[in-house]
Design a protein around this ligand. Structure first.
Ligand SMILES: [Zn+2]
Ligand SMILES: [Zn+2]
Length: 365
């Protein structure tokens, strides 16, 4: 029997998100129903609400979630009822051109549930990032569920499902930060702060946080940044000089742009050492354009990479990152700066707009 539960939807572009009844169909062959316990409020939900992702309204919002599997389809073997899971939007297919060459982190055909959830009148809901977890229950593909330690708090573990993984992965996977390296991170929101934590975890010995808000710089220090630079009144050359001064005059081995503006990317490009790596993890506006002399791209060498979802493999990365958090070696709990309920999601989305918080988490259990 289909189940009716409460969920937060965006009905039309630029209208407030609303809490309403949604219908969860019975799971198809590889589908599972997850009872959501906590779901973080991410900028991507804001982008869905405001029509910046697509026009396929209505959307069921929410995608950084942890919960418990409560029903499984007939062919499901990956998880069982009662499993504590973090949801992911990279359920690798194993068969696309990326998967076949062994680059599953680029999978171009990730799995989602075989059916759509609906409104009570039967209108199909488009689930944010194929998840839709600002809801008491959601329907996903079994491989969108990654089992992690039962001991993790769902508010914390759920954040690994998107923003935290993007930032941690930008340092650990895409940037491949190594012991003793220097790393600069531009923009210390949730993703950039996670990149600081990732750089520390990887053994970087110089970790520089850059932002225009003093409180965010302090939060970066609390996560292990060895230096911070308030870039508020500095031009690009001044920022580059400051990074160079902290890295023996050369620039950082890895610079992570967690903002995604042309100006921050140019800063990242010039603030790295020769042959260093630039990692773009901040999502740029569709109209943003970059202009860097091609001769500089050549002569400065190294690599310019983009981190998609932190180039993560959920089955590899979520469990061990959860364990490190439980062992006190990765302070993921610091990222939860507030909690709310499903009715509070709209307010939390608007606070994100103002750049006020790292992560507010909607708790639904
Ligand atoms: Zn694939
Ligand atoms: Zn997200």
């Amino acid at each position: 029997m289909p189940t009716t539960v409460k969920g937060v939807i965006a009905r039309r572009a630029n209208e407030p998100a609303e809490l309403t009844d949604i219908v969860i169909p019975d799971p198809g062959p590889n589908d599972v129903i997850v009872d959501i316990e906590a779901c973080g409020v991410c900028h991507t939900d804001l982008a869905y609400r405001d029509g910046a992702v697509s026009d396929d309204f209505p959307f069921l919002l929410g995608h950084e979630a942890a919960g418990r599997v409560s029903a499984i389809g007939e062919d499901v073997t990956h998880v069982a009822e009662g499993d504590f899971v973090v949801l992911n939007w990279r359920a690798v297919c194993g068969d696309c051109r990326a998967c076949r060459r062994g680059e599953q982190e680029y999978c171009f055909d990730t799995h989602n549930a075989s059916q759509q959830m609906t409104l009570e009148d039967g209108t199909a809901l488009e689930a944010a990032l194929g998840i839709g977890a600002f809801s008491e229950k959601t329907l996903v593909h079994e491989k969108q569920c990654t089992k992690v330690s039962e001991e993790a708090r769902p508010e914390v573990a759920g954040l690994l499902g998107c923003g935290l993984m993007a930032g941690l992965g930008a340092a650990l996977n895409t940037g491949e930060v190594r012991r003793g390296e220097s790393v600069a991170v531009i923009g210390l929101g949730g993703v950039g702060s996670a990149a600081i934590a990732g750089a520390v975890l990887a053994g970087a010995t110089t970790v520089i946080g850059l932002d225009i808000v003093e409180e965010k710089l302090q939060a970066g220090k609390d996560l292990g940044a060895t230096h911070t630079i308030n870039t508020k009144d500095l031009d690009r050359d001044q920022i580059v000089e400051k990074v160079q001064a902290l890295t023996g005059g050369f620039g950082a081995d890895v610079v992570i742009d967690a903002v995604g503006l042309p100006s921050t990317y140019e800063t990242a490009f010039y603030a790295r050492d020769l042959a260093g790596r630039v990692v773009l993890v901040g999502v740029p506006h569709p109209d943003a354009e970059l202009s860097i002399p091609l001769a500089d791209v050549f002569s400065r060498g190294g690599s310019l990479k983009s981190a998609w979802y932190g180039d993560c493999l959920p089955e590899r990365d979520f469990p061990y990152l959860t364990d490190l958090y439980l062992q006190g070696r990765l302070p993921l709990e610091r990222f939860v700066t507030g909690t709310t309920d499903l009715a509070g999601v709209e307010d939390a989305l608007n606070s994100l707009h103002k750049g006020e918080v790292l992560r507010t988490v909607a708790v639904t259990r």
